[in-house]
Design a protein around this ligand. Structure first.
Ligand code: FES
Length: 144
């Protein structure tokens, strides 16, 4: 079950990285499935402090750019990446955890507030910033 507050990696388990149109051999491993299983295995073994989840999906309509994955979170934009393979499992996890890491690291240096819309972020920055302050508006990997 998908946690309703944390980021989730949706990995296409039917992706073939070589963009073949022919049917694969029955015993042939599907690269998308291998990527999903590798990511799931690493998340099971590691600390996964961000609570990142992984879900298998069947076709993200990005078959020409497989293996494909989507990073999503409730109330946030979702991002698709393609051209992946099982060897990218650790990179996919780093991508999924980047938002939490970025917020944590920046929070150590200065106040961080999050808004779900750019207009709201600009309005909030204008409200709290004083003359001479620097305001950093950034859209994290899973952001609004
Ligand atoms: S088979 Fe993976 S995006 Fe279509």
């Amino acid at each position: 079950m998908v946690n309703d507050k944390r980021a989730c990696l949706h990995i296409c388990v039917t992706c073939r990285r070589d963009n073949r149109q022919s049917e694969p051999e029955a015993a042939e491993p599907v690269p998308g499935r291998l990527l999903h299983d590798a990511v799931a295995g690493l998340l099971d073994r590691g600390p996964n402090s961000s609570g990142l989840e992984v879900q298998p999906v069947i076709c993200l309509a990005n078959c020409d750019r497989g293996c494909s994955a989507i990073l999503s979170a409730p109330g946030k934009w979702a991002y698709m990446v393609g051209g992946l393979g099982p060897e990218h499992a650790a990179d996919v996890i780093a991508y999924g955890e980047a938002r939490a890491s970025l917020v944590r690291d920046v929070s150590a240096a200065c106040p961080v507030e999050e808004e779900n819309a750019f207009d709201a972020a600009v309005a909030r920055a204008a409200e709290v910033a004083r003359p001479g302050d620097a305001v950093l508006l950034f859209q994290p990997i899973v952001g609004g």
